[in-house]
Design a protein around this ligand. Structure first.
Ligand SMILES: NC(=O)c1ccc[n+]([C@@H]2O[C@H](COP(=O)([O-])OP(=O)(O)OC[C@H]3O[C@@H](n4cnc5c(N)ncnc54)[C@H](O)[C@@H]3O)[C@@H](O)[C@H]2O)c1
Length: 383
């Protein structure tokens, strides 16, 4: 394992202890970073502190921000709190790692970009998909021109955890998650990763979004992300105003065209992200369900499959992988490597900053707004 002593003096505080907060805690600890404090509403923070052996717990996030033992604040609460918490954390002089999407709309994300710039603190958005070794490897191949000019990019991000009309989460409600759901929640991961690989942002979009369950049943009481349905729960019907699935055509700044499918009602697909890059010399494709293998396609030569951490895989993920080939690195490792990159930047350490910034987070929300507009007016929309 590589050690990076510069980052070990930094201490983290995490706001939100549902699905992803504990993933942050685990990744930080694997890097040897102390998690000094945690926060959630009512007694949830104290319960998580006991479960995860964290010394300080708060029920109000402002108390965590006032805590001198916290240098970096991780915001893992629902989307509607991201703006308020980000601005307050920057005002308190903290560095920030905020979950995606950065905030509810571009009005909010623009304020965060401005505040992050003025505060001269590191502000990262947790687009962790960038840190799959295969994504880093594809980025390096594109940068070196090995695929040639990029003709088009195809792919999808598919899940099934909102497949049933009784599946419930705050993300289904526009006032809690934002006006877009599948596209903002998982589609932005794909769009961020592809823009990162190509080194080119999305210029315009043509979208077709749809809601399969126009009415859903909401359990009376709160439900955590990915929680199983309970037979004894009572439900109330509500109208759904957010997208269950969608298709988006994209045009990138480098002239490449893209085609993205997104769904949270794709039975059997638990968390499947697929990226296929077609260049004028070669193509490369990868799927998160088989994270260790990267495929290369040729018109005349044999297609190739490269195993992670071998010479054939390339050096794009150097320093951001810890295990030898055959010892699978997956979802939790992307958090660890993203945080290694972010904390190294905070510590003033060497190396390229690969993590998504506030500006990247702002851009993804701007793309979401263009997608929503396009889906409504049925026309191409510039970002
Ligand atoms: N990068 C990823 O792969 C990834 C994966 C899942 C979720 N996320 C993002 O993380 C965020 C949280 O999602 P989740 O799935 O963990 O949701 P969740 O509902 O499972 O957990 C959210 C937690 O925040 C707490 N909370 C709510 N209001 C709060 C407040 N005012 N102060 C402190 N805590 C508060 C809730 O009580 C809950 O425990 C979302 O923005 C989501 O998009 C990112």
């Amino acid at each position: 394992m590589k050690s990076n002593p510069d980052i070990h003096s930094l201490r983290a505080g995490v706001i939100g202890t549902g699905f992803i907060g504990p993933v942050h805690v685990e990744a930080l600890r694997r890097l040897g970073i102390t998690v000094a404090a945690i926060c959630d509403v009512a007694d949830l923070g104290a319960r998580a502190a006991t479960r995860l052996a964290i010394p300080q717990a708060f029920a109000d996030y402002r108390d965590l921000l006032a805590c001198p033992e916290v240098d970096v604040v991780h915001i893992t609460a629902p989307n509607r709190f991201h703006c308020e918490m980000s601005l307050a954390a920057l005002r308190a002089g903290k560095h920030v790692v905020c979950e995606k999407p950065l905030a509810m709309n571009t009005g909010e994300t623009a304020r965060i970009v401005q505040a992050a710039q003025a505060a001269r603190r590191v502000f990262a958005v947790n687009y962790n998909v960038r840190f799959y070794p295969a994504v880093l490897a594809m980025r390096e191949r594109v940068e070196r021109g090995e695929l040639g000019d990029i003709i088009h990019v195809n792919g999808s991000y598919l899940q099934d955890w909102l497949f049933k009309d009784t599946d419930y989460n705050w993300r289904l409600l526009p006032k809690e998650g934002g006006k877009l759901r599948a596209v903002a929640d998982i589609g932005t991961h794909w769009m961020d990763a592809v823009s990162f690989i190509l080194g080119a942002g999305i210029r315009s979009v043509l979208a077709d979004l749809a809601t399969w369950h126009k009415t859903r049943q909401r359990p009376l009481g709160e439900v955590q992300t990915f929680a199983e349905a309970d037979a004894k729960v009572r439900y109330a019907a509500y109208r759904v105003q957010t997208d269950d699935f969608g298709s988006v055509l994209l045009r990138f700044a480098n002239g490449a065209r893209g085609n993205l499918g997104v769904s949270q009602v794709a039975a059997g697909r638990k968390n499947c992200i697929r990226i296929e890059i077609y260049g004028s010399k070669k193509s490369a494709w990868w799927c998160s369900e088989e994270p260790e293998t990267l495929h290369f396609g040729s018109r005349d030569g044999a297609n190739e499959t490269a195993v992670r951490a071998t010479a054939a895989f390339g050096a794009g993920a150097a320093g951001l992988m810890d295990y030898p080939p055959g010892h699978v690195e997956g979802f939790p490792d992307t958090f660890k490597m993203n945080f290694r990159n972010i904390y190294t930047a905070i510590a003033g350490g060497p190396g390229e900053r690969l993590f998504a910034t506030a500006r990247d987070g702002h851009r993804e929300v701007a793309v979401c707004e263009a997608i929503l507009k396009s889906s409504r007016c049925r026309q191409w929309v510039f970002v």
